[in-house]
Structures are given as structure tokens and as C-alpha cells.
Design a binder for this molecule. Structure first.
Ligand SMILES: Nc1nc2c(c(=O)[nH]1)N[C@H]1C(S)=C(S)[C@@H](COP(=O)(O)O)O[C@H]1N2
Ligand SMILES: [Mo]
Length: 412
């Protein structure tokens, strides 16, 4: 709870500093200039890291239609692909969110450059072998896009939003192994007045509307960086796959996916607040009820999904076992209520297994559907009492959809 309150205070402080122009990296004037002069190139804070080769397509791994829905440079996991799976999402079906294309990086050429005013002894440079020699740690954690569920703002709430129209498959849980970011930063030597860390990716610069915004990057408060962030080189016991950040990415538990920078090339450690387009222009809440400059946020919300496609067919007149998963950045799931009749009646789902690292909770419920259409709903509540609402708060970029999703199935 403390941590969450502090995150809110941090965001409000940074917002004031950004509005006042006390910004490092990406100022409000930069943003205004950008939005005014579309077409002009920005000399971004480019991370000159290891030479990266672009893959043939935006995504390297196979994307069979029974496991994925392809959405531009991204691939959403189909929830039916999780039926009969264990706690973790296997790599072959883990969603991919790429701003540009998966780069191919040789670990032998890779370097992590650590620099900035928040270091005690000046810049540091780590090779892949250096990183592997530091003490390792393993965590089970979800990566979830801030826009997961965005499509339901339109299909369920009739609202206009921009961005990738994900259903609920822009989330995955994996076991990540690597080195704690606190270990890496202390190894580099932190100054006492360091406040922010800005990780940047080695993928191609993100260009939108003719404007080059530089490498994908988003600052973290030092407090979060030292708390539970991992510099990961393994996913589910294998070297990180190309699409998920090979050779090294960040994993920032409970925060929106954009914080977990893939193909990590540099860490700027600063004694002044840092900004980037990814915490000023994007990944803020804009729209009615929000300040004109947008409301900052970092943390994910609470959601549930059935391990079925929307519109799936089930067998009529026979016992069926409905399965699903719920997750919350607010903590472990306390209970999940399920309705099979569009919300008229609710039953408590049975938990299946534990919840490693509180990444998510599996659950099930028996049901005997009559022939015809049915609407399934699942509403989770976490240990802090956060519950999924009926309606998510609209924001124009379509982030943080937490409402109960109406899931149509047909029994035949
Ligand atoms: N360098 C880099 N890091 C990135 C991104 C990216 O495009 N480039 N996408 C971010 C976003 S928006 C999300 S949701 C997660 C997705 O992680 P995944 O593709 O491994 O599922 O990576 C984040 N890290
Ligand atoms: Mo994302």
C-alpha cells in the first residue's frame, strides 16, 4: 500500500516538475515543439548501443492463427491457447508488443551502458558475461500492455479510443531469471541524490506522424528500480527469445508493460527528474475528467479472462468446466465470481493451484449449458478489496480497461 501511495505522489511531483519545465530528457517544450512541427526530426537521446539488425518481419517467432491474432506489429495471445496450460504462458504463445521490429542482437556484441548524473564514479559498461557473473534472481511475473482490453471500450462501452484494439490477450505470465536492477545499479555506484532511471531499448527509433521520438524508453523512480525490478536474460528457463528482448530486458512487476523495456541497451541514472514521450505523450490518461496535460499512471489494474475465445462453441446439455484466470497489480486475488447468465446470478469460482508471486490466479466453475447463446462474466476481487467495475473509466488512449467483460459463447 505504501508503495502504491508513493507511486502516486511520485507521479504528481514529476507532473509538476514537467509542467514547470524542470525536465531532463524530454521537456514539455519538446513535446509542444513536436506536436506543432510534425515532420521535423528530433535528435532523440539515441542509445548508441550494440549494432542491431532488424528481423525480416516485425516479429520473429511463428504466429499460428490458433495461438495468435496479429494486430499490426503486435501479436495478441488467443485465450483459448491457455486452456490445458499450466501456470506459465509458454513462449510459443506469449503476446508480443513491438513499437517497430524485433532486432537481432548478438550477446557477444551487446553492452549495457550505464551513465548519468546519478552515478558516483562516472559511467559504467557491462558485457553479457559481466551480467551473467552477478548474483542471479528468479521471479514469476506478468507482463501486460497498458492497453490490454482496449477493444472493449468500443465493443462493450460504445466509446472511441485510439491504439491497438486488443481483446484480453495482451498479458502473459512467465518465470524470469536475471540480475536485480538494484544489484546492477549498486555495482555501477549510485550517487546519494540519484532519483530516476531511464532504460532505453536497442530497437529502431520510434517514428510516428513523421516525427522521430528516439529509442523506446520510459523513466522509473529509483525507489521502484531498487525495489523489485529485474534485468532479465531468461524466460521460462530459456535464453530470452528475440521477440521478448534478447539478450536482456527489464521486468518491472505490476507496472504497465511499457516499463519492461526489451533489448535493453542503456540506463541513464539521474539526479534530476527524467521524462520521455512514453510518460508524457503516451501512457497518460487523457479525456473528459482528466487534466489537459494528462494524468500519469504506472500500475496495472484488475482483470479476468476465460480460457475461451469470444463466441466460442461449447457442448449443450453436458457438464462443462469453465476455466479462467484473474490478476491484479494490487495484490493476490481473493475471490472470483462468475455468472453464466449475463449477470443475473453469480457463483464463486474454485481456485486452481496457488498464485506464484501473485502474478495471477487460475480458477474454474462447473456449468451445464442449455442449447443457445450465453453470456459469461467473471468479476475478480483482490486482497486489497479492489473489484472489477461494470464500466471502465474512458480515456482517449484506451488504457487500464478493468471492467467485467461480457463473453459470448454458443452451446450447440
Ligand atoms: N525496446 C522496447 N521495449 C518494449 C517495447 C518496444 O516496442 N520496444 N514494447 C513495450 C510494451 S508497450 C509492452 S506491452 C511490452 C511487451 O512485452 P512482450 O512483447 O515481451 O510481450 O514490452 C515493452 N518493452
Ligand atoms: Mo504495451
Amino acid at each position: 500500500m505504501d508503495e502504491m501511495l508513493d507511486e502516486g505522489a511520485y507521479d504528481r511531483l514529476r507532473l509538476r516538475q514537467w509542467l514547470a519545465g524542470e525536465a531532463g530528457g524530454f521537456s514539455r517544450r519538446d513535446l509542444l515543439r513536436l506536436t506543432a512541427a510534425v515532420g521535423a526530426g528530433l535528435a532523440g537521446a539515441a542509445a548508441a548501443g550494440a549494432p542491431a539488425r532488424a528481423a525480416a518481419g516485425p516479429i520473429v517467432k511463428p504466429l499460428p492463427p490458433e495461438l495468435f491474432t496479429v494486430l499490426g506489429t503486435n501479436a495478441e495471445m488467443r485465450w483459448s491457447a491457455m486452456a490445458d496450460q499450466g501456470y506459465l504462458v509458454p513462449i510459443d504463445r506469449f503476446f508480443v508488443r513491438n513499437h517497430t521490429s524485433t532486432p537481432i542482437i548478438d550477446p557477444a556484441d551487446w553492452r549495457l551502458r550505464i551513465f548519468g548524473t546519478g552515478l558516483r564514479h562516472g559511467p559504467a559498461d557491462l558485457s553479457y558475461d559481466d551480467l551473467r557473473r552477478l548474483p542471479a534472481a528468479t521471479i514469476t511475473a506478468a507482463v501486460e500492455c497498458a492497453g490490454n482490453g482496449r477493444g472493449y471500450f468500443t465493443s462493450q462501452q460504445g466509446q472511441t479510443v485510439s491504439g491497438t484494439a486488443w481483446k484480453l490477450g495482451a498479458v502473459g505470465v512467465a518465470r524470469w531469471r536475471g540480475v536485480r536492477l538494484s544489484t546492477v545499479l549498486r555495482h555501477a555506484g549510485l550517487a546519494r541524490d540519484a532519483v530516476d532511471v531511464l532504460p532505453a531499448g536497442l530497437d529502431a527509433n520510434f517514428v510516428t506522424g513523421g516525427v522521430d521520438l528516439g529509442p523506446v524508453r520510459r523513466p522509473l523512480p529509483l525507489r521502484k528500480a531498487l525495489h523489485d525490478v529485474l534485468v532479465a536474460y531468461e524466460m521460462n528457463g530459456e535464453p530470452l527469445p528475440a521477440d521478448h528482448g534478447h539478450p536482456v530486458r527489464l521486468i518491472v512487476p505490476h507496472w504497465i508493460g511499457i516499463a519492461s523495456i526489451k533489448w535493453l541497451g542503456s540506463l541513464e541514472v539521474s539526479d534530476a527528474p527524467l521524462f520521455s514521450p512514453w510518460n508524457t505523450q503516451f501512457y497518460r490518461l487523457f479525456g473528459a475528467g482528466f487534466p489537459a496535460e494528462g494524468e500519469p499512471f504506472d500500475r496495472q489494474v484488475i482483470k479476468s479472462a476465460f480460457e475461451l475465445d469470444q463466441g466460442a462453441q461449447v457442448s449443450a446439455g453436458r457438464h462443462a468446466r469453465l476455466r479462467g484466470r484473474s490478476w491484479s497489480a494490487g495484490g493476490a486475488i481473493r475471490h472470483v465470481d462468475v455468472s453464466t447468465d449475463g449477470g443475473l446470478h453469480w457463483r464463486r469460482a474454485r481456485r486452481v493451484g496457488g498464485s506464484e508471486g501473485a502474478a495471477w490466479q487460475r480458477w474454474e466453475l462447473d456449468w451445464r449449458p442449455a442449447a443457445g447463446e450465453h453470456e459469461l462474466l467473471a468479476r475478480a476481487t483482490d486482497v486489497r478489496g479492489n473489484t472489477q467495475p461494470d464500466v471502465a473509466v474512458h480515456n482517449s488512449l484506451g488504457y487500464l480497461f478493468d471492467a467485467v467483460v461480457r463473453h459470448r459463447v454458443v452451446a450447440v
